[in-house]
Write a protein that binds this ligand. Structure first.
Ligand code: 6PG
Length: 252
């Protein structure tokens, strides 16, 4: 695997680079296979990126009808709830692009956490045609990271960090007093490309822990990315990169 750190002046420059890079990955996958698959992130950070992708010049770079859309995690709320990761992406990105509605694969939270995870795993397997032991390879998994170094809904000390069989699970998060539905480490690690977009000074310590501290995924969940099969690119702004001893270039 290859891992790279890319640092930009501010949040806007980081989001613009992410838009540039994502459209390159998706256009290349479509040119090669006739389709592309992406898992989106939730949270605050990707808003600007999603808006950029739906506007020129980025919107003109990808035949969006050929993209299958997934979510790397979801909160246990209905799709029209303000906290829904689906709703965030729909409003800022998907409703503004010429996409195929049959290719929007949202996590069916209305089934309840456990059943939603089972159903989503089934959706992934049927779309990728994989046998039970194989792991689908998404073209791109987009992640954010929390100040506690969680990625997707793999929070410190939670069970899903140790999942080896399933692609998607319901993960109890005692720190939030809730259950989240999340991609598991094996599914994230199988992706051809992983992008971690992180901005803001409140993430600086987590970025340092993720990139420069010794392996301890229970404390620093982002360490699960160290076993990724494809490329991992950390797109950071200067504030998030502040505590790193490294600069733009390969991960340590
Ligand atoms: C979610 C996520 C999560 C997110 C981080 C960062 O549903 O919350 O997908 O992993 O990316 O919590 O969130 P912010 O961008 O809001 O800081």
């Amino acid at each position: 695997m290859a891992c790279e750190i890319r640092i930009f002046e501010n949040e806007r420059a980081a989001a613009e680079h992410a838009a540039e890079y994502i459209t390159t990955i998706l256009a290349a996958a479509i040119a090669q296979n006739g389709r592309a698959s992406v898992a989106l992130a939730g949270g605050r950070t990707p808003r600007l990126l999603y808006r950029l992708l739906a506007d020129p010049p980025y919107r003109d770079r990808v035949p969006w009808q050929a993209v299958d859309w997934f979510w790397g995690d979801e909160r246990l709320v209905p799709p029209d709830h303000p906290d829904s990761n689906y709703r965030l992406a729909a409003e800022t990105l998907l409703n503004r692009l010429p996409i195929d509605p049959d290719r929007i694969h949202r996590i069916p939270t209305e089934l309840g956490a456990e059943a939603a995870a089972v159903a989503y795993e089934r959706t992934l397997r049927s779309l990728f045609g994989t046998h039970e032991r194989d792991i689908p390879q998404l073209d791109l998994v987009l992640l954010g990271m929390g100040a506690d170094a969680h990625v997707a809904s793999l929070f410190p000390g939670t069970k899903a960090l140790h999942e080896t069989e399933h692609l998607v699970v319901a993960n109890e998060v005692p720190a939030l007093g809730t259950v989240r539905i999340t991609f598991t480490p094996p599914l994230i690690r199988a992706a051809r490309h992983v992008i971690v977009l992180v901005t803001g000074s409140e993430k600086a310590a987590a970025v340092r822990a993720a990139l420069e501290e010794t392996d301890d995924p229970d404390r620093v969940p982002a360490h699960i990315l160290r076993g990724a099969h494809g490329t991992v690119v950390w797109i950071l702004d200067r504030a998030a990169a502040h505590d790193l001893s490294l600069s733009t270039g390969p991960c340590p």
